[in-house]
Design a protein. Sequence first.
Length: 492
Amino acid sequence: MGKELTSRSENYSQWYNDLVKKADLAENSDVRGCMVIKPYGYSIWEKMQQALDKMFKETGHVNAYFPLFVPKSMFEAEEKNAEGFAKECAIVTHYRLKTDPNNKGKLIVDPEAKLEEELVVRPTSEAIIWSTYKKWIQSYRDLPLLINQWANVVRWEMRTRLFLRTAEFLWQEGHTAHATANEAVKETEQMLDVYAEFAETFMAMPVIKGKKSDGERFPGAIDTYCIEAMMQDGKALQAGTSHFLGQNFAKAFNVQFTNKEGKLELVWGTSWGVSTRLIGGLIMAHSDDDGLILPPKLAPIHVVIVPIFRSDEELIKISTKVEEIASSLRKQGYSVKFDNRDNLKPGFKFAEWELKGVPVRIAIGPRDLENRTIEVARRDTKEKQVMKMDDVATAIPKLLDDIQANIYEKALKFRSEKTTKVDSYDEFKKVLDEKGGFVLAHWDGTAETETIIKEETKATFRCIPLDASAEAGTCIYSGKPSTKRVVFARAY
RNA sequence: CGGGGCGUAGCGUAGCCCGGUAUCGCGCCUGGUUUGGGACCAGGAGGUCGUCAGUUCGAAUCUGGCCGCCCCGACCA
C-alpha cells in the first residue's frame, strides 16, 4: 500500500519522488511542468524565507517587487543574458480570449488582441530591474542600491522534477548596484558567504564555495560563484549562486552615476539567488528510508506529542499534562504539535511523524502519568529515552541543538568519505562509476576539456573551490599544467 | 524534439492477447471492539474505463486520430 517508501539504495530518484509526495510536501500539478507546493512543504519554505530574509536585512538589503512581465525589447537589451535564456522563455502574445464561434462554450485566442510587443514572463529579473535602476540612480549618493525580491520565475524546462526543476519556481533574487568594481565583488562574495552560512547552519548541509567555469557562468555575468552540496546518492546539487555582473547590465541599460569628481560612470552590479530547489537539497541531504529528516532550525514542527490512552478520561488527564509541557516549550519559541486524533493508533502516528521529519517526538501514556515521566524519541538516530517530566523544558532545547549538530556532522562525514582526489583520467572514470561523489582533479581550465569530460563521463565541472590551495599538477585529460584541483561530479 | 511505456473510484491496480457493462488493496462514511511501533470486525458510499471517431447486435477490451502523464536522451537553478 501507500505508506512504504522505496528504499534509497534501490532507486534514489523514486525514493525522492515518493518521499516528496508521501511527506505531503508537494505534488505535480495538472499544469504542464508545474508543481503544487502543499502546506507542509510551503511551511518549510517559509522557514527558509524567514532566516534568509533576516540575513539579507542584516547585510543592508531591502525588499521590493518588480513586474512578472518583461517587454521583449527590454529583455533582449543585455545580449548574452537574453541569448542564454531565450530557449526557455514563456511569452505572452495576446491579451484577450473570445468565444469560439464554431465551438460552443469554448474559448479561442482573439487574433485581434495580439500585443504589439510580446511580453516575456521573467526567467530572471535583471532586465526589468536594471531598466528601473536607470531611473533611480543619478549620483554616487544613490549607491549602493541593495535590493532583494521574493518572486516566482518561469523557465520552460523540458523535463521537470519536484523542487529541483519545475517550469515555475519560487526564489529570491538580489540585485545590487555599486559605485566601484571592488565593492560589487565584495558584495558578490558576501552574499555567497550568506548562502553558505545559511546552508550550513540552518539546513545542516555542508557546501563548497566556488567559482564556475566560463561555460557554466550566468549569462551576462563576469564571474559566477556558487555553493555546491552533495546529495546522499553522491550527486552534486548547485544550491545557490552569486554573480558579479561587472558593468554589463549598466551598459545595456545605460545606468550611469555622477561620481564625487562630477564625472559620469557606469555602475557595477551583482545578482544572487536561491530557490525552492533548496527544499529538494534539504530532503536529499538528510532523509532516510523512514522519511524526511528535518534540521530543527527549519522544521515547521519541532516537537510532536503523541498521547497513549484507552479511554476519554485517560486522554483528558494526559491532555492536561501535555498542555503544561507544550506551553513551556512554546514559551521558548518551539513549535509543538499535540496529535490527539482518536481514530489512529500511536504506532501509526509515530510512523507518520517520522515520515514528515519532525525532529523530536514525545509519547505520554498512563504509565508516564504515574511516574511523572515521558518518552522522548529523536528522529535522526531514532533513539528513545525516558526522562522526567520536570526536565523537559531544559532537555528538549538541548536535544534539538544536538540533532541540528548531528545531522550536519553526518552530512559532512558523508561528503568527506565521498570526496576523492584523482590524478589520472582512468582513475577519474573509475571513481565516478564505482564510488560517485566529488572528484578533485587537475583541469587545464579550457572549455574544450570540460565539454569532452562531460560527454564521456556525464560528470560536470562543478567549481573551483575558493579555498583550494595552490598545487602544481597536470590536467587529467590534456596533461597541460594546472595550479589547483577543481571539483567534478555528476549533478542534478 | 527523438526512443520506450502508461492512461480503469481520492490513490495504487487486475481485466485487454481471446469483445458480453469492471477486480482487488488502501483511503473515505456508519456502528462496535481496540490503542506503549503502521488495529480488527460488520455494514456502506464512490466508476461517462483519458478523449473523439470507426468496426460490431454488443467495446475497458479491436482499429485510427487527438489529449495528457511517466521514464531514458538533448536543455537546465
